[in-house]
Design a protein around this ligand. Structure first.
Ligand code: DX5
Ligand code: ZN
Length: 228
């Protein structure tokens, strides 16, 4: 995998043409398909479930699928998304009754576990979990909708998590990604990278643009300019 991953959020895609949209964004050099699952309970919006993930796999999508669960309860859907071909499965700790059990379940089912921190969530939830994760997903908007404005105060949180990750003594080959989700655009992706993120969700910035490939190339240019 590349050092810096662009995860395009399908929330802003044209759902009537989802297979073609996902193919197009991957052909435009996105690395990962970010798959937002909302339940009208944990968040005030409703999106798609495991059937759609299965359909993308059946359609021939082989890229990593990064399932972001904004649902409560969590565990039942973990099982369904693992069976549906998810690569990463992340969840919000406050939505799970037993965070350690949910992380273990995701790992046991062969997927890569992630924890999601809302803008006001403190780092405490990483105290006994960080080393068990493959992904920390920092929300830079409140979850529920695409197209919201980036909350710049989360950059401090990203820096703090990067410092904690760098201080870990991980075995060779083991990596924990630091992903930022919400309001990421060409104009701010450089500072998000400079703060320590290495995986970037972008929904409206890509799917709302006329030329996905140009947008993604411009994002990569900004990342390189910021971190070399
Ligand atoms: C919001 C979702 C995001 C959303 C990002 O709850 O988790 O993944 O799609 O959309 P943009 O990039 O438009 O802010
Ligand atoms: Zn998301």
């Amino acid at each position: 995998m590349r050092d810096y991953l662009i995860a395009s959020s399908i929330l802003s895609a044209d759902f009537a043409r989802l297979g073609a949209e996902v193919e197009a964004v991957l052909a435009a050099d996105a690395d990962v398909v970010h798959f937002d699952v909302m339940d009208n309970h944990y968040v005030p919006n409703l999106t798609v479930g495991p059937l759609v993930c299965t359909s993308l796999r059946k359609h021939g999508i082989v890229a990593p699928i990064d399932v972001h669960l904004m649902v409560r309860p969590v565990d039942r859907l973990v099982e369904d998304f693992a069976a549906a071909g998810a690569t990463f499965i992340s969840f919000h700790p406050e939505a799970s009754e037993h965070v350690d059990r949910t992380i273990g379940l995701i790992r046991e089912l062969g997927c890569r576990p992630g924890l999601v921190l809302n803008p006001a969530t403190t780092l405490e939830c990483l105290d006994y979990t960080l080393e068990k994760l493959d992904l920390v997903l920092v929300m830079s908007v409140n979850p529920g909708f695409g197209g919201q404005a980036f909350i710049a105060s989360v950059l401090n949180k990203v820096r703090a998590i990067r410092a904690r990750l760098d201080a870990l003594d991980l075995p060779a080959g083991r990596e924990i990604r630091l992903e930022v989700d919400g309001g990421v655009k060409i104009g701010n992706i450089g500072e998000v990278a400079a703060a320590g993120a290495d995986m970037f969700v972008a929904g409206s910035a890509i799917f709302g643009s006329d030329d996905y490939a140009q947008t993604i190339a411009d994002m990569r240019k900004q990342i390189t300019a910021a971190v070399g």
